[in-house]
Write a protein that binds this ligand. Structure first.
Ligand SMILES: [Zn+2]
Ligand SMILES: [Zn+2]
Length: 329
């Protein structure tokens, strides 16, 4: 499992309407770690689309509080497998394979939208390398309305907002116009939305991309229905989304920052430009890509002409995107 998964309440849920009611979506923002008291192993922290945050069991004491609604946001894809309904040439997120018509695959959006024969049972593949899990035919199964930050929802700035006054000030309300992917390369599909603000401007925001949540709703919208018992539980043992195989490219002039803790930052620098104790004070600061070495290490320029030679995986891109670069599906 990895941050950015979109989730709904699962089979062992015992938290009332902390999620906003059954069917309301949230985003996994942090995964529990061994030895952590805040967020122990086999748990996950979720920010619900309504804005609340909670910690839930993902296998702790054998309990599963959450189900994965969509993992396309974390970069899961199935290259060269076409969805038999919408025709998408790469299936993003969970893949559904008909056990009757063995050459028939559906993307999760089409599966939940009742495409294909409802009396045919399917197998669900959570990632490209998973073995698949049989699910019953959809006919007669319980359907739940998905609700949250979907097109039509009214939203305000949320916990990870870093876009200054794009919303034209505190408490301003925008309306979601579409769901799309953040950034290039289709590495995290359905992980962002476009919002139209009362000023008339439209911008893209993260709802799942790298576990970031830029918005919360004040009025949710329905996002279709889902077969809850067909969705996988969020399980700490589940494989992390395989890397999409698309290299992380950095371009000269791009804005970046390090968002790691000092120890992790230092250990990742081994063999990649080494460590200088002064680097710790640059965590969280925005720098500019000055050059990229032939090995792929990134030379980042900070204020005051400081330059550090950094491991590319230590860097997070700082986007100042507008609607023209947020591609809709
Ligand atoms: Zn489809
Ligand atoms: Zn079939």
């Amino acid at each position: 499992m990895s941050v950015g998964c979109r989730v709904v309440r699962g089979p062992d849920w015992t938290y009332g309407n902390q999620d906003g009611g059954e069917g309301h979506l949230g985003t996994v923002v942090e995964i529990g770690k061994p030895g952590s008291t805040n967020l122990p192993e086999k748990t996950a922290a979720v920010i619900w689309d309504s804005g609340g945050r909670g910690t839930y069991r993902a296998g702790q004491n054998g309990a599963y509080d959450l189900r994965i609604f969509d993992n396309a946001t974390t970069g899961v894809n199935h290259p060269n497998i076409v969805c038999g309904s919408c025709g998408q040439p790469v299936i993003h997120g969970m893949r559904w394979h008909c056990t009757v018509c063995t050459d028939s695959h559906l993307c999760t959006v089409c599966y939940m939208a009742d495409k294909h024969d409802l009396t045919h049972p399917f197998r669900r593949f959570d990632t490209a390398s998973s073995e698949g899990e049989a699910v019953p035919k959809r006919e007669g199964c319980t359907e739940i309305q998905a609700k949250g930050i979907f097109p039509g929802a009214k939203v305000v700035k949320g916990p990870d907002w870093e876009w200054e006054d794009q919303d034209c000030g505190i408490g301003n309300i925008g309306q979601v116009t579409s769901v799309g992917c953040w950034a290039r390369g289709l590495t995290s599909v359905r992980s962002a939305v476009k919002v139209k603000w009362s000023s008339g401007s439209t911008y893209g925001y993260r709802v799942g991309h790298e576990g970031k949540v830029d918005l919360v709703y004040i009025e949710e919208e329905s996002g279709g229905s889902y077969y809850k018992d067909h969705l996988p539980v969020l399980d700490h043992t589940a494989e992390v989304a395989p890397s999409s195989g698309i290299p992380r490219e950095f371009k000269v002039g791009e804005k970046v920052k390090v968002e790691l803790g000092k120890d992790r930052f230092q250990s990742m620098q081994e063999g990649h430009g080494a460590w200088n104790p002064r680097m710790a004070s640059y965590i969280g600061k925005i720098g500019t890509v000055h050059d990229v070495s032939t090995q792929g290490d990134v030379i980042v320029r900070y204020e005051g002409l400081t330059r550090w030679w950094l491991h590319p995986e230590t860097l997070t891109k700082v986007y100042r995107m507008n609607v023209t670069t947020l591609r809709s599906l």
